[in-house]
Ligand binder design. Structure first.
Ligand code: SF4
Length: 614
């Protein structure tokens, strides 16, 4: 049995033999994995046996510190709860759908009295019916423009919370025939609901039903001699037909089918769902997946199916799969036996299309990754070549000295990794050993102290140290560095005036072209070091100004001053607080509080009651 924490050990004694969902937590109480089980006791204990586990589980078990579980009635409930908890907590070791804001969704705000249609990239499931994501935004906009005439529903933000008419006039959409103007009461709630339901039906692909309805309405209107109305229905029918014709028929089956394609390569995985309705591919949804690198293809596909269908209100008639996912039997039972693994015929062709699309998306994402990497790796490569460095300077530290008022000197050391700032590795120092302004001596102290920081935290060791300054500063830094265990770290300096780079032992500076990515990187790092040093100065001085104001209050000691500042944050906040607020701070009595408030608000000391004197 694996050694566990006391929290887990206690819970292990009372595990139920029932279906449910378990949540592993790390030492910081974060949920790092959510799983489901038919028998919670067996499943949870299996993590802690000494038997060999896959790499992902090994890693998970190393990090678990606590456990929670929820008992449910059956495995179908466990499936749903597991998927919902994964979506909510995004645990580190679960396969997740990547937040992909590239593609828009259609939202119909069905929670409103007079629902609106909105194009959105923000998928918040509350209060609306969502359709999509639509990968071809252009064609979606074109379709929406046509739909405005067919199912005219509002797209405005007017607040229509009840049937009382609150607005005097409709907007231009009414004149254009794009909205029946519920805002001024020109349409009843029931009539409006018919339009909304037809629009929803359209996005669900129920074309035949909608067209039948429209045909009936058209006939009825013409029988009633309402020819203008009948012409409107006729135009709507023509428009729907137009939209329908744009879609290619792939299959003669009239049922609703989801075709799932999936492709995974290392850490890149994409699942796609092609929604086919009435034999036409209505649209394709793409889902990049994350945390897949330690999972098999079967596991990833299974996790995707659970996540995807747990957020769907309705199931299609069939779900075609490219291969058998993990937990196939359970998944199929949960999805009411809709899963199909096509072996031959037209359905295998559909699966091939879906797989090909997923493959292309992975290729696309690899290319995008390469492009992104090239933006960061090019300057680093160029720097290595131009400065003849022994290795790629992935980690760069830049040291800057900053003095104000002639004697107050601080230094900053900023840290960049792969061209990006890594703020947790930033350091600053108040120069202690140097009297007056002496940049060279200050640089010596800074380099020495940064080396001590590396001693404490090896992650701080850079591949290159950049000094802000010329030859003098470079020599000072070198003098200190060569006597440390870090003497092998290359050192350069960059002088501001014409951005020339100095290297130890070389009289000539190196000049990089102004457009050079390497020079841009170095100057960015230098500017960041400068900014960091200045900010440090600013913080120190505003703090000392605060302190000096408080310390000048007769009868206020350092401890009281610290208590006040720690609780209130600033002298301004202390000044504007009430007596009650100050006395609520532990350790601050009424006498002290009055003293401070009177002083800061330029009042003569208040009289205190006798109780204060004790
Ligand atoms: S007519 Fe009224 S309800 Fe319709 S879009 Fe304009 S403001 Fe909104």
């Amino acid at each position: 049995m694996v050694k566990t924490t006391p929290q887990i050990a206690v819970k292990l004694r009372h595990l139920p033999d029932q279906p449910g969902v378990y949540l592993w937590k790390n030492s910081e109480h974060q949920i790092i994995y959510v799983g489901k089980a038919l028998n919670l006791a067996n499943r949870i204990r299996s993590y802690l046996t000494d038997t060999a586990k896959d790499a992902k589980t090994e890693q998970l078990v190393k990090n678990i510190a606590d456990l929670e579980y929820i008992i449910v009635n059956n495995e179908a409930e466990a499936f749903l709860l597991e998927a919902n908890l994964i979506k909510e907590h995004k645990p580190k070791y679960n396969i997740l759908l990547k937040d992909d804001k590239r593609y828009p969704f259609i939202k119909i705000t069905v929670n409103e009295l007079y629902p609106r249609i909105i194009l959105t990239r923000d998928l918040q499931k509350e209060g609306g019916r969502y359709f999509g994501p639509f990968t071809d935004a252009k064609s979606l906009r074109r379709t929406l423009r046509l739909l405005e005439w067919v199912f005219p529903i509002r797209n405005c933000t007017r607040h229509i919370a009840d049937d009382r008419i609150r607005y005097k006039r409709p907007c231009i959409n009414y004149q254009l025939g794009k909205c029946p103007a519920p805002c001024v009461g020109y349409i009843s709630r029931q009539e409006y609901a018919v339009l909304v339901n037809q629009l929803i039906g359209f996005f669900q692909g129920k074309y035949s039903e909608i067209m039948d309805d429209l045909r009936n309405e058209m006939l009825k209107a013409s029988e009633e001699m309402q020819f203008e109305q009948a012409a409107k229905y006729r135009d709507r029918l023509i428009t729907i037909e137009k939209i329908r014709k744009r879609q290619t028929v792939y299959y003669t089956d009239q049922r609703n089918i989801d075709i799932i394609g999936y492709y995974q390569e290392d850490r890149n995985a994409v699942a796609i769902v092609m929604r086919m309705i009435d034999g036409k591919i209505l649209h394709q949804e793409n889902y990049p997946l994350v945390n897949v690198e330690r999972s098999t293809g079967e596991e990833t596909l299974s996790a995707f199916i659970r996540l995807y269908y747990s957020q769907k209100d309705e199931l299609p008639d069939e779900i075609l799969l490219p291969s058998q996912p993990a937990d196939y039997e359970d998944l199929n039972a949960w999805l009411k036996n809709r899963l199909i693994l096509p072996q031959k015929g037209d359905k295998t062709k559909l699966i091939a299309i879906a797989k090909r699309n997923a493959f292309h998306l992975v290729e696309e994402s690899k290319l995008a990754h390469l492009r992104k990497a090239s933006r960061t790796i090019f300057p680093i490569q160029e720097l290595k070549e131009k400065l003849n460095l022994p290795k790629l300077p992935r980690k760069i530290v830049c040291v800057d000295i900053s003095t104000i008022q002639g004697s107050d000197t601080v230094s900053s050391a900023v840290f960049f990794e792969n061209g990006k700032p890594r703020k947790k590795n930033y350091r600053h120092f108040i120069i202690r050993t140097v009297q007056g302004q002496d940049d060279f001596a200050s640089m010596e102290e800074s380099i020495g102290r940064f080396c001590l920081e590396i001693d404490k935290e090896k992650d701080l060791q850079p591949d290159l140290i950049v000094i802000d300054g010329g030859k003098g500063q470079l020599s000072s830094a070198l003098k200190v560095l060569k006597d440390t265990t870090y003497s092998q770290i290359p050192l350069i300096s960059i002088a501001k005036r014409i951005e020339e780079i100095f290297l130890p032992g070389r009289d000539e500076s190196v000049r990089l072209a102004k457009s050079s990515p390497a020079l841009r990187l170095i100057t960015n790092i230098r500017d960041e070091a400068h900014r960091f040093a200045i900010n440090f100065h600013r913080r120190r001085h505003s703090r000392s100004a605060m302190v000096s104001e408080l310390i000048s209050i007769h009868g206020i000691g350092e401890e009281t001053m610290f208590l006040l500042l720690k609780s209130m944050g600033s002298v301004e906040a202390i000044r504007s607080s009430s007596l009650e607020q100050l006395t609520s701070i532990k350790g601050i009595g009424e006498v002290t509080a009055r003293l401070v408030l009177d002083f800061l608000n330029n009042r003569s000391p208040s009289t205190t009651n006798s109780a204060d004197q004790h």
